[in-house]
Design a protein around this ligand. Structure first.
Ligand code: CMC
Length: 436
């Protein structure tokens, strides 16, 4: 018998089964052979929240959670952050290789020429309430693009898919900037094709009456690095949403909107906004020990700490700490950094956090930088969604090209009522009379 197998004995029947082990996994479908009788459905696995289930094979990003390693297509995140632009990295994620000079030039040109929003999309955004949350605006507007580009439904045509992907990557910053200007009551600024991806985004955010917006190069580069760090992160909640919704062959705008909705949650990308609220609530370094005591007593979570996969320092958080210093040289130091550093220092020495391997994640420091740059906390998750769009689209493409993938449809363990008698409405007793 080959060594790369596992043998299971079913003690209910005394039967043994041998299954191949490939890349550290067994096929869940193999377990269906394990039956107590011919009528038995066969054994399933029960894995709420996918704690131990690989849902796909992927060659996009790689994480070693114990060692704190993140790579995109084999390149360490540190190298990409040091040497590349965000659009170069987006190309890498989507096409699998870094672009040549000519390929990059063409790619940047293509993305730059898809930054404009249709005027009806602009009008759509203008109808949001003055205080609408930018993430709600982003999710709804990305979904609304599906009505502007109905041909996007033809997901079987690779050329058509590529066009929609370019549109999405190009338009994300425009939608994000417009949601920001909307919340301030400022008119929308049209894209400027002379500028880089991040400079143009800054132009659409902050241009007022000057004829040409000139972004601070240090801030533009820092934002570009932050975009690189946020571009992909294997099968996280929103990437899983992208694959799951996309598996129904929904168009890429609606699918991306669904992923952005997943990202909005405070346990996922919404955590960066929550970190700032938390630092505000703590108020000063002196209050940190008391705050941590409350967390340890079970009152809430330390936002920006912990990760399903990283059981070591998140490598992105390290780079963000470095980028923060560059930004603060321009903007002045954000006072919240001292509270954050103190929080990290004490938490990393505390048994509660050490035992559970809780380290700062990407969201812990990003908000502090964004705030120093002039963003309101409500914008932070939108800033996460812009670059993550490249990762979502890479995951979507990979899923569509994978012949093993089908519509995502988990099984369940039914624990509800067995068949029972229907009662006409007049004969039904209220469960709890005072409820409803
Ligand atoms: N503060 C305090 N305790 C925590 C925290 C935290 N941030 N995170 C996990 N724990 C505890 C948790 O209570 C549990 O303790 P016990 O074993 O006593 O029940 C233990 O650590 C294991 O946690 P878990 O909930 O089983 O871990 P998970 O893998 O299901 O959750 C997480 C991962 C990221 C949702 C969680 O750590 C969390 O809620 N963190 C705060 C929110 C956050 O920063 N999210 C951003 C994630 S990274 C980037 C992104 O996705 O956007």
């Amino acid at each position: 018998m080959t060594k790369d197998t596992v043998t299971i004995t079913d003690n209910r029947t005394n039967q043994t089964y041998t299954f191949p082990v490939v890349k550290g996994t067994i096929r869940a479908m193999d377990l269906r052979q394990i039956k107590t009788s011919p009528d038995d459905f066969g054994l399933m696995t029960y894995d709420p929240a996918f704690m131990n289930t690989a849902s796909c094979q992927s060659s996009i990003s790689f994480i070693d959670g114990e060692l704190g390693i993140l790579r995109y297509r084999g390149y360490p995140i540190e190298t990409l952050a040091e040497h590349c632009t965000f659009l170069e990295v987006a190309y890498l994620l989507l096409f699998g290789e870094l672009p040549t000079g000519a390929e990059l030039k063409n790619w940047v040109h293509e993305i730059t020429h898809h930054t404009m929003l249709h005027e009806t999309t602009k009008q759509f955004m203008e109808s949001f309430r003055y205080d609408a949350h930018p993430m709600g605006m982003l999710v709804s507007t990305v979904a609304a693009l599906s009505t502007v580009y109905p041909e996007a439904r033809d997901i079987d045509d690779p050329k058509n898919r590529l066009l929609q992907m370019k549109r999405l990557i190009g338009k994300m910053p425009s939608i994000a900037a417009m949601s920001y200007r909307h919340s301030l009551g400022f008119p929308y600024v049209y894209p400027d094709n002379d500028l880089s991806y991040t400079e143009n985004f800054m132009n659409m955010l902050w241009k007022m009456v000057e004829p040409k917006y000139v972004a601070d190069p240090v801030l533009a580069r820092a934002l570009d690095i932050l975009f690189i760090l946020h571009a992909d992160h294997e099968q996280n909640c929103s990437a899983n949403t992208m694959r799951s919704v996309g598996s129904a062959h929904t168009d890429p705008y609606l699918t991306t909107a669904a992923s952005a909705a997943a990202l909005a949650g405070p346990l996922h990308g919404g955590a960066n906004e929550e970190v700032l609220k938390m630092l505000d609530a703590i108020g000063s370094k002196a209050n940190v020990p008391a705050y941590l005591k409350k967390i340890k007593e079970g009152h809430g979570k330390l936002m920006g700490f912990g990760h399903r996969v990283y059981k070591n320092y998140d490598p992105r958080a390290k780079i963000i700490k470095w980028a923060a210093e560059q930004v603060f040289n321009v903007t002045g130091r954000n006072a919240k950094l001292d509270i954050a550093l103190e929080l990290e220092r004490i938490a990393l020495e505390d048994d509660y956090f050490v035992k559970r391997k809780l380290y700062p994640n990407v969201d812990f420091y990003s908000g502090i930088i964004y705030q120093a740059m002039g963003f309101k906390p409500e914008m932070f998750t939108v800033l996460f969604a812009i670059p993550r769009t490249a990762g979502w689209l890479a995951q979507w493409q990979e899923m569509l090209a994978d012949s093993e993938q089908k519509i995502a449809r988990p099984r369940q363990i039914y624990v509800g009522q067995n068949v029972r008698e229907f009662l006409p409405i007049a004969q039904r007793a209220s469960l709890v009379a005072t409820e409803h």
